[in-house]
Design a protein around this ligand. Structure first.
Ligand SMILES: [Zn+2]
Length: 80
């Protein structure tokens, strides 16, 4: 498990769609990697903000949300 893989599959991890062995690898990496801990925290926060924003179709995405996270959310939504 690398940080890159972690980032690629974080949407599935957060939505509990990862198979158990992959989830274990995520949990192990997360236990060792402060960068990914921070990334996961900001990702889940962004998902929350994103859901709140999408409840109101006219609401703007908060300016503090990193562009790449917005793209990840939109990508996750289009796949589900
Ligand atoms: Zn990492």
């Amino acid at each position: 498990m690398t940080c890159r893989e972690f980032a690629d599959f974080i949407a599935d991890y957060v939505s509990h769609e990862l198979p158990a062995p992959a989830r274990d690898a995520f949990d192990r990496h997360l236990g060792l990697c402060p960068n990914c801990q921070r990334y996961l925290a900001s990702y889940t926060e962004t998902v929350k903000l994103g859901k709140a924003a999408f409840d109101d179709e006219n609401a703007a995405v908060p300016a503090t949300v990193p562009e790449e996270l917005v793209r990840a959310i939109l990508d996750a939504r289009s796949r589900s």
